[in-house]
Design a protein around this ligand. Structure first.
Ligand code: LAN
Length: 728
């Protein structure tokens, strides 16, 4: 055996505490970059006091007074704003935890570990607390996301993370989790991504990882399955993964790694047939089983291709992949597209450039942008924040209630506008075509401009907020016309042949590429698809724009909108519903689709599509007036109720949909709004209920600010239409 056990140089494990002192945590927002800081002993806690937002995020008492009880929906919006204004951050944006996925922290902890990055005790302590808080109470394991059942992926990876953080294998919760993992067959039954991370760590042998050849990047661009055609998140994860896989790189073999080899498998490490377990996967993890084509390709790549894989080709592929990694790092100032490719690019730089390189240092700093502290501990966000997205929606929801001119909210909204002004992306990336990036000049992203990835609906929602607010008396004009035109020019590049719009880019490949989906745990990930949500956002942004600028590219916009709306009509299911891909699920998409139709004058009165849409939603309204859609809808593609009953967020979405549709009977809407108002707390807040968001059909993600934004929007829209009246 040629493995060398490294002991002396093994990184020091962090000192774990029971918990940290929550009065010492602060969130710093520097122009939309969010990082959490722990004031150590001796540091002056007074000099940097905890803000109300910090306290709220941390679950500490805010001691806000009770507000006069809301008598009308508009009162309720005002109370909501009274509370929500305290959460506005100094640059003008809102933020929040953005958790849900349970596969992010382990990738980061493995990366920290193999790159010998010291983990400060307060961070290790709170990550440990979060992971334990999120273990499933019945079996001690973890799922793909916080509401999901335990899987091998979740359990093997989070168990490993806890061990790397310094938790003992004898701790009772670890014994329970290990038992669950073994019952499921152990880590040999994990999906591809887990096998990858465990091989990096040295707990698995690389033979268990299905091939990820960087040579794909050398294919000519016309090849129908070239990675540039894939959905951006898949290709940007594939990129560093292919580099690391090709190197078969493994971190130092520490005593802890040796112990993990004993703990993670249901059989003895020495007898495992690594190659033979490549396609072994537990049913619970296998949301999207591999196609026959992919299995054949993997077989050929493992058994035949190695004989042809000459060193020079391998070198060339690795070098080109690394160049692309460097372009991604440069274009995002090391923020990277997301929380999976971020740590992987970090690792790739460590392998290629060594521990002292600037790239490694900068990646290390950037990891902080993904971390978030909440009452349960420290977690990793699904992006480096929700800054532009939530801020744009908040502005719109105040405007929809007609409150933007109220002097009371002007300072808050002006700050929010200033934030969006600052966060507009002003230039395309260098070498856009070489690194396969989409035009982005004039755009907004989901989080911040450092990350700098434009998304069709993020551009649209921010643009709508800016357009209306700038035209509202009393607000400054911060974006001159040319900057608005830049946004429109970019937006107009987003339409697919179908008429619909996707997320980051127009669709670049065929749906058949789904046959190469190797991640197993997600569905519909290989290419961009049309989404009613994204399409609606673009359509409504274009409509609003033409109101103010009737001349600019009028013919293009008209044609774009017609084709987009015809896609929205086609996307409706026979029962009248639309399937949502980014929020849960039919209520979310219904809200957008009916908004699209309303934007061209289609309402309940004159449109069969709208009538069917309303009928579907109303058939799901519960006796208490609410809607209670569960994440299971996304997985199954069938409307499914949440076991905990009506949810404020889904109820708000449905109300907005019915209001957009001009549904003639007010009664069901009033009943729903009453439910929303009854859930509002005396200080104006709404409490967290079931999870709201989703991606890739199977993984859920939290949008904690939705419980403020959408109830306020629904209540405000009602008030604007029917006046400031009490509900019967
Ligand atoms: C997001 C978050 C925002 C979301 C909307 C803007 C709401 C949507 O309308 C378009 C798609 C987008 C931008 C989106 C895409 C996928 C993301 C980035 C996420 C759901 C947040 C986390 C997720 C990302 C893929 C998580 C990392 C996991 C991998 C499988 C790489």
């Amino acid at each position: 055996i040629d493995e060398e056990i490294s002991d002396a140089s093994a990184p020091k494990r962090p000192k774990l505490q029971e918990r940290t002192d929550y009065t010492r945590w602060r969130m710093l927002d520097e122009a939309g970059r969010h990082t959490w800081h722990y004031l150590e002993d001796g540091e002056d806690v007074e000099e940097w006091p905890q803000s109300l937002a910090d306290k709220y995020f941390l679950g500490l008492p805010m001691d806000l007074p009770d507000l006069p009880a809301a008598k009308t929906p508009l009162d309720s919006v005002k109370n909501g704003l009274e509370f929500f204004q305290h959460l506005q951050l100094p640059p003008g944006n809102w933020g929040c935890e953005y958790g849900g996925p349970m596969f992010l922290l382990p990738g980061l902890v493995v990366t920290w570990s193999v790159t010998e990055t010291p983990i400060p005790s307060h961070i290790a302590t709170e990550i440990k607390n979060y992971l334990f808080a999120r273990a499933n109470p019945d079996d001690g394991g973890w799922g793909l996301h916080i509401e999901g059942e335990s899987t091998v992926f979740g359990t093997a990876m989070n168990y490993t993370a806890l061990r790397l953080l310094g938790v003992s294998e004898e701790e009772p919760r670890m014994i329970k989790a290990r038992g669950t993992l073994h019952k499921m067959g152990g880590a040999t039954r994990a999906p591809h991504w887990a096998k990858f991370w465990l091989s990096v760590l040295g707990v698995c042998q690389w033979d268990i990882v299905n091939p990820v050849p960087p040579e794909f990047w050398l294919l000519p661009d016309w090849v129908p399955f070239h990675p540039w055609r894939w959905w951006i998140h898949m290709r940007m994860v594939f990129l560093p993964m292919s580099f690391v896989w090709s190197k078969r790189w493994t971190g130092k073999l520490t005593p802890l790694v040796l112990q993990l080899r004993e703990e993670l498998f249901a059989e003895s490490y020495d007898t495992i047939n690594w190659g033979g377990n490549r396609n072994n996967i537990h049913e619970k993890d296998n949301y999207h089983p591999k196609s026959w084509l992919l299995k054949t390709a993997f077989w050929a790549l493992s058994n035949i291709y190695p004989y042809f894989r000459v060193e020079s080709l391998k070198q060339k592929a690795e070098n080109w992949a690394f160049k692309l990694i460097q372009m991604e790092d440069k274009n995002t100032d090391f923020s990277n597209l997301g929380p999976v490719n971020g740590p992987m690019n970090f690792l790739a730089c460590y392998i290629q450039e060594g521990p002292k390189a600037y790239s490694v240092q900068r990646h290390r700093e950037r990891m902080a942008d993904f971390l978030w502290v909440k009452d349960e501990g420290m977690m990793m966000n699904g992006t480096n924040g929700v800054q532009c997205w939530d801020t744009a929606f908040l502005i719109q929801s105040v405007m929809d209630g007609g409150l933007a001119e109220d002097p009371k909210w002007k300072p808050m909204l002006t700050k929010a506008l200033e934030f969006l002004d600052d966060q507009q992306i002003r230039e395309n990336v260098d070498d856009q075509a070489i690194c396969y990036r989409q035009q982005r000049k004039g755009a907004w992203g989901f989080s911040n401009k450092d990350q700098g990835y434009a998304v069709s609906d993020c551009i649209s929602e921010a643009l709508k907020a800016v357009l209306v607010l700038q035209r509202t008396p009393g607000y400054p004009t911060l974006l001159e016309d040319q900057r608005i035109f830049d946004a429109i020019d970019t937006l107009l590049t987003y339409q697919n042949k179908s008429g619909g719009c996707a997320s980051y880019e127009p669709t670049r490949g065929s749906e058949k590429l789904e046959m190469l989906n190797a991640a197993e745990v997600f569905g519909r990930i290989m290419i961009e698809y049309d989404y009613p949500e994204c399409t609606t956002a673009v359509v409504t942004a274009l409509s609003l724009f033409t109101k103010y600028y009737p001349e600019y590219r009028a013919a293009d916009i008209k044609a774009f909108k017609e084709r987009a709306i015809s896609y929205i009509r086609r996307a409706q299911y026979p029962d009248g519903s639309w399937y949502g891909s980014w929020g849960i699920c039919f209520t979310y998409a219904g809200m957008f689709a009916l908004e699209s139709l309303a934007s061209i004058g289609e309402t309940y009165e004159n449109s069969e599509h709208v009538r069917k849409g309303c009928k579907f939603l109303l058939s799901k309204q519960r006796d208490d007036g609410g809607w209670s859609e569960s994440y299971r809808s996304c997985e199954r593609g069938i409307y499914t109720e949440h076991p905990t009953g009506s949810q404020v967020v889904m109820t708000a979405w449905s109300c907005i949909a019915l209001l957009e549709a001009h549904y003639p009977d007010r009664a069901p809407i009033e009943k729903a709004l009453k439910l929303i108002m009854s859930r509002q707390q005396p200080n104006g807040e709404w409490l967290q209920e079931a999870i709201e968001g989703v991606f890739n059909k199977s993984c859920m993600i939290s949008y904690p600010n939705y419980k403020f934004i959408f109830p306020m929007k629904a209540l405000g829209m009602f008030a604007k239409r029917y006046g400031d009246i009490a509900l019967p």
